[in-house]
Design a protein around this ligand. Structure first.
Ligand code: ZN
Length: 387
């Protein structure tokens, strides 16, 4: 389905319990031209043409969720053509509450291409999803759009970083510390030239070296742990321990929100439980993020380890992880929200995303009392709202 993008109008939301993501209490919030114009306990507005007024009736309103890893053109394919995952439809953003996505190729950069991913990101953008992409994929030497990491970052506005480059994984290129340090420098220089932050997303597999090569790069070269952004850190307990050390020493770590019974039985730690464990181990809250890994393949195995089917990473796993963090793990709603809003926005270097503040982008999620996504506004346009 394709539709002409509606233009942002003026929207006034009354009586919202605002999570910016920190809890601000009951507020009115005014959105004009795709930005947040005002946040006050009570706003009296007159003279704005075509003002849409909505009443949140005391429900919680948060920033739109920011996802640092989405296979927007579909991932997978490791089990042959039947296991190729489909591309992300724009409507998925309105059910999941994810208003910013970062596309990555993943394992397959042979049959999946950056040009196709760039075009799909631009399609999503026409529909109101803020969509960015990573250059590169699992492998070295890095595959790019324009010939190099530096030119991709410097010339192509949609390219926000490089990734996910695989380490400790049988499907990766087993990069050395030197190769990763050099790649990190390329990301930094390309990003600096374009005024971007530049992120180097690292896919971490289940090999026992874990984050070893990243620690080695930071030890031997003028590279900081914060220049790498490793994901899937909740894959095993051993990797989580290594990740906690990495984050305590200055890096930001990412947990994958998509999971299933089979993966949990194999040793995956549910992402909200991993957040709780990292916090109690002394990791500063701003160094933890969740991403969906949506449209990646998630193999499922039965109790005897037999392959059952390939499931798919889901964009709505982010909001579901927030709910489990509150309901099952006992973390605060604001604590869980940080991992899916302001923290990932800061990793990507998007100051207008992931926060409710005057001047920020008008991307918002309305939550029901039992923490289901009930309404979504993106770029100032109401995409979904309860009756
Ligand atoms: Zn990955």
């Amino acid at each position: 389905m394709t539709t002409a993008p509606p233009s942002p109008t003026s929207v006034l939301i009354r009586n919202a319990r605002l999570y910016a993501p920190e809890h601000l209490g009951l507020r009115d919030i005014l959105l004009v031209g795709g930005r947040i114009m005002a946040i006050e306990p009570r706003l009296d507005i007159s003279g704005l043409p075509e003002l849409t007024e909505l009443d949140a009736n005391g429900a919680s309103l948060s920033p739109g969720l920011v996802d640092t890893l989405t296979h927007i053109t579909g991932g997978g394919g490791e089990g042959g053509y039947a296991t190729r995952m489909p591309a992300m439809p724009a409507e998925d953003a309105w059910t999941s509450g994810v208003t910013t996505v970062t596309g990555a190729l993943g394992t397959d950069a042979v049959q999946r291409t950056h040009t196709d991913m760039l075009a799909h990101a631009r399609y999503l953008a026409t529909q109101g999803v803020s969509a960015y992409i990573y250059s590169g994929n699992y492998h070295l030497p890095v595959r790019t759009l324009s010939g190099s990491v530096q030119t991709d970052l410097a010339w192509i506005p949609d390219v926000i970083g490089v990734g996910e480059v695989a380490i400790a994984d049988h499907r990766g290129s087993h990069p050395t510390a030197e190769e990763l340090a050099r790649l990190s420098a390329d990301v930094r220089v390309g990003a600096m030239l374009a005024g971007k932050k530049g992120v180097l997303s690292i896919h971490v597999g289940d090999h026992e070296d874990k984050l070893g090569v990243l620690f080695a790069a930071a030890e031997r070269y003028p590279v900081r742990l914060s220049h790498f952004y490793p994901t899937h850190i909740n894959r095993t307990r051993e990797l989580l321990q290594d990740g906690i050390r990495f984050a305590r020493e200055g890096g930001v770590i990412d947990f994958t929100a998509s999971t299933n019974e089979g993966l949990l039985a194999e040793g995956d730690i549910d992402s909200p439980a991993a957040v709780a464990e990292a916090l109690s181990a002394g990791v500063p809250a701003e160094r933890l993020t969740l991403s969906s890994d949506a449209y990646a393949s998630l193999p499922e195995f039965d109790a005897d380890g037999r392959f059952v089917r390939v499931a798919m990473g889901q964009l709505h796993s982010m909001a579901e992880a927030v709910k489990r963090g509150v309901d099952d793990v006992g973390l605060g709603f604001d604590t869980m929200l940080k991992t899916v809003t302001v923290n990932p926005a800061d990793v990507l270097g998007l100051p207008g995303k992931g926060r409710l503040a005057v001047g920020a982008d008008a991307d918002l999620v309305l939550w029901s009392e039992d923490l289901q996504v009930q309404g979504v506004i993106s770029q100032g346009v109401v995409r979904r709202w309860p009756d």
